[in-house]
Design a protein around this ligand. Structure first.
Ligand code: ATP
Length: 718
């Protein structure tokens, strides 16, 4: 496997230990060229949000043509941007760092020779809210928060950076103890905060101390440092949070029973599954029909396809639609909020013997929406007639609109018979779809139905008829206006049960009615294939026209159905289904493809619900005005970091001071928070006076404990 691709799919660059360097310009004067794999490839293609980022598929670096980027794109830089960084002799203005340097406080140096590093990373008493760096030498060249100045570079000699021990670099100004007067916001220190793993450092210096490797620093020809080790982006040390460290996955991470999960054959290597689960590794699940490289993603990959979302939203809106000031009855038995679904006021009684109207209504029993079909002026003479609907309740089939109930009503100021069926929002009838009837969809030429679609319709209707006949019933009404198209190519037999009630006293046997179903079925296909609603008047002519457009197999199938009334040969739906079995397979295969596609779409949304929960938790904690009478709760302890993290995620600005609206950045950060990765990020207080380097793991810990604090039972206050 191409290691680069492997990395990219895993979305973690090999630049451990700083982990992911999200999109950041690599080709900049003086900048180290990032020849490694694309950082955060999963989201780096969200270029719609990042106008300055140009990503050429297949290349492993980013070309950058814009101004230096502010930190939104950068976590902790992986390369020393310039020799000045870390040079304690440097007294010039804050230098426009290479673009990979994150936002930093305006001043971190003092002329008195004090180290600018303020806090020992290991200081036991460290309280993040009370840490402070020196009062800033505010330099006019310093832009707004998050703005990296881009002015002329001023190099004061070349200072070779010498790796030093961490302890040297992290001297505490106050011997590692906390002084409350240093608190930037005057906040009291948090009580239950475990600080040791948060580091407050000089951002110019300390990030260098942690460089995983050193590369020659280029700076206007002033020389550079020899590399201490060659960097190969495709070689990585195993790290639990880097892709190189992912290794073989061995057990089902979601199983509550690790023993059982380990024993399963699902994961190849039982060496142990990594914790925490790396939620931020989105695995693209097929089918893949995009013409993109393996590591490329765009924002649409993380959400439902637009057309599907639009369709579902429209259906939801249609379902919830109400009709104020209507003259319809407010209540019909246990239904209310009626909305008519017919758009035509002209109703003929040809199908049922009574004019029929159809409404969407909400049930007071269960709150669900149903379709009510009303037969106007119907008088029930035989109680048994309406009980025949009971048998229809047993018909549960994907190709039949389910019948739920039937009752008579006087709510419409007449005697009406009401049938309650499933409601399928925004459905059309086959007649509306293909025969241009109804005025909801204005006239347009009838497009001929493809043979494949016609076979699809036939198999679905056959499926519905099989279920109906198997229950000892007959559909009785099989015509284009009584077949619902509920989704693309998806149809259902509608208006079942009605003739059973209305023509209860009919003398015909069920067997006769079922045979008639087959004939009606044949006529229906003929109507759809020829586009002529009145084929029964001249079947031979219609068959001839039909035969010109469709295969002999399809025509023969229709003829077989039309001949179902012939007594000499027993014909039933099962025989028919056996006859068209080859077509059933192809329809079945289409259904499987559809199923795969929907599964894949579902996977895109899979993690979004989790992110909403994450955001909700953050919202509960961030800026909380008061907790247990402590008005500074959300500004102290780990909550303070969460606040800065919120700023880091949402409130960054670019070099021009413009808000960075980058969904990719947001998703990346939130996922890493949820996964609790070891990657470090640089948080800056709003007044730019405090700067912290924290790992997502630490953030997650603080995040969880803050949220759990909110959940604990309220203390009794006396
Ligand atoms: N169960 C249902 N769910 C959602 N919409 C439905 C349902 N049943 C019917 N409709 C819609 O109601 C409208 C009217 O349906 P109907 O069965 O009355 O057809 P029609 O074309 O008006 O036929 P007719 O003239 O015989 O009444 C159609 O647009 C159809 O899509």
């Amino acid at each position: 496997m191409n290691p680069r691709r492997d990395f990219l799919l895993c979305r973690g660059p090999p630049m451990a230990p700083y982990g992911n360097i999200p999109v950041m310009p690599a080709v900049m004067p003086g900048a180290h060229r990032c020849d490694g794999p694309l950082p955060s490839p999963g989201l780096s293609e969200l270029s719609a949000f990042e106008p300055n980022i140009h990503h050429t598929p297949g290349e492993t670096h980013l070309s950058y043509h814009g101004p230096p980027l502010a930190p939104p794109y950068g976590s902790i830089p992986a390369t020393p941007a310039h020799p000045r960084h870390g040079n304690p002799l440097y007294r010039g203005p804050p230098v426009a760092p290479c673009s990979s340097i994150p936002v930093m406080p305006a001043s971190t140096h003092r002329d008195d020779g004090h180290s600018s590093t303020k806090l020992s990373a290991l200081a036991a008493e460290f309280h993040p809210a009370s840490t402070q760096i020196d009062p800033p030498h505010r330099n006019p060249s310093m832009g707004p928060r998050g703005h990296i100045p881009t002015g002329p570079r001023n190099y004061l000699g070349q200072h070779s950076w010498q790796p030093q021990s961490r302890s040297n670099y992290h001297r505490s100004r106050h011997g590692g103890t906390h002084h409350e007067s240093d608190a930037p916001h005057g906040y009291p220190p948090a009580l239950a905060w475990e600080p040791p793993r948060f580091h407050h450092r000089h951002p110019y210096i300390d990030h260098i101390a942690n460089m995983p490797y050193q590369s020659p620093l280029q700076s206007n020809g002033n020389g550079g440092m020899p590399p201490t080790s060659a960097f190969d982006p495709f070689i990585t040390t195993p790290n639990t949070m880097t892709p190189g460290g992912v290794g073989p996955v061995s057990a089902n991470p979601y199983s509550h029973d690790p023993a059982a999960a380990m024993g399963g054959a699902f994961f190849a290597n039982p060496a142990g599954f990594q914790q925490p689960v790396q939620y931020h590794l989105y695995a693209p699940i097929g089918p893949h029909n995009q013409n993109t490289m393996g590591y490329q993603r765009n924002v649409h990959d993380l959400f439902l396809p637009n057309d599907l979302r639009e369709e579902l939203q429209k259906k939801a809106a249609a379902t919830l639609q109400t009709l104020p000031n209507t003259q319809l009855p407010a209540q019909v038995d246990y239904f209310h909020s009626l909305v008519p679904l017919d758009l035509s006021h002209q109703k003929n009684a040809s199908t049922f013997g009574y004019p029929s109207w159809i409404y969407k209504a909400q049930s007071s029993k269960d709150g669900c929406f149903y379709a009510l079909r009303r037969l106007e002026g119907f008088r029930l003479t035989n109680e048994k007639a309406i009980r025949s609907v009971q048998a229809w309740k047993r018909v549960c089939n994907g190709s039949v609109v389910t019948v739920h109930d039937a009752f008579t009503s006087r709510s419409f100021q007449d005697s009406s018979l009401i049938f309650v069926t499933d409601y399928h929002p925004l459905s059309k009838t086959l007649a509306e779809q293909h025969l241009n009837t109804g005025n909801r969809y204005p006239a347009r030429p009838n497009a001929p139905i493809s043979e494949q679609l016609l076979w699809g319709y036939m198999t679905q209707i056959a499926n519905g008829l099989k279920a109906i006949h198997a229950n000892g019933l007959a559909a009785r009404v099989l015509e284009p206006s009584k077949i619902l198209v509920t989704a693309k190519s998806r149809i259902r037999i509608n208006a079942c049960a009605i003739l059973d009630v209305v023509q209860f006293d009919t003398q015909k046997t069920v067997a006769d009615l079922q045979r008639q179903d087959l004939v009606n079925f044949g006529q229906l296909i003929l109507i759809l294939g020829t586009g002529q609603p009145a084929v029964q008047h001249n079947l031979n002519k219609a068959l001839e026209v039909f035969g010109r457009s469709y295969s002999p197999q399809l025509k023969n199938s229709v003829m077989w159905l039309l001949g179902s009334l012939q007594k000499e040969q027993e014909r039933n739906i099962d025989t028919f289904i056996t006859g068209i079995s080859s077509q059933l397979m192809s329809t079945f295969d289409s259904a499987l493809h559809m199923d795969d596609q929907l599964n894949s779409d579902l996977c895109r949304e899979l993690e979004n619900g989790r992110l909403v929960r994450l955001l909700s938790k953050l919202g509960f904690v961030n800026e909380r005005p008061e907790y247990e009478l402590d008005q500074r709760w959300s500004e102290t302890g780990e909550r303070y970091f969460l606040k800065l993290f919120r700023d880091y995620v949402f409130h960054q600005v670019d070099a021009a001071g413009e808000p960075v609206v980058d969904l990719g950045h947001v998703l990346t950060c939130l996922n890493k928070l949820d996964a609790g990765t070891d990657e470090k990020i640089h948080l800056i207080s709003r007044d730019e006076q405090s700067s912290f380097i924290v790992t997502y793991k630490e953030l997650k810990k603080g995040f969880e404990s803050s949220f759990q604090a909110l959940l604990k039972p309220a203390r009794r206050m006396h």
